[in-house]
Design a protein around this ligand. Sequence first.
Ligand code: SAM
Length: 217
Amino acid sequence: MLFDNKELAEKMIRTQIKSRGIYNERICEAMKRIPRHLFISGSAKQRAYGDYPVSIGHGQTISQPYIVALMTDLLQIRETNRILEIGTGSGYQTALLAELAEEVYTIERIPELLKRAKMILNSLGYVNIYFREGDGTVGWSDEGLFHRIIVTAAAPFIPEELKNQLADNGILVIPVGDYHSYQVLKVIQRTGTRFETRESIGCRFVPLIGKYAFTDE
Ligand code: SAM
């Protein structure tokens, strides 16, 4: 390794996460532990701890560290939670969720990315992650309801299927908007049959492509 990743991870937390107001110690400590550079291949590894998204191939990206921390913070994860993640990508966000919750169910539509993420996450010793290849906009209904759902790609609207797979008092975090420009991070809280939506910050994600999202062009 040409760089000290532990030092870079600590600096990343100090200058990108805490400096922007995220002080959740469980999140910060987990992000310090996870070797982010392992989720990126080739020369792009050198950019792993920078304040931006990085290409992971197939036209996809590993999200900016601050966005990963913010979305995780908005989820208010408890140790006993079962989480559904749509868009495994590199698997970095999956690792963070697996550090904080009991079980993570993650879906990715690009087989090569899923295979690679699975290999890395298995090699890091995570045993609480379940993987599925396919369209995450339909959810994972045969696994019952989820306490938390996170979508890490830009959706044109909030898929009803995902709302329906949210447990009572569950939280869904999803970027919604036009993928050619920018989106807004939406936080949906379910209470019984009521869904309350609030908005967080503006963001930019690659498109969510599927039955209840954008179509593949
Ligand atoms: N959170 C990821 C990470 O830490 O690397 C970044 C995810 S990347 C910004 C978005 C991912 O969503 C891409 O890998 C893309 O292939 C995937 N994706 C897009 N539409 C999807 C769908 N309908 N179901 C599952 N995955 C999808």
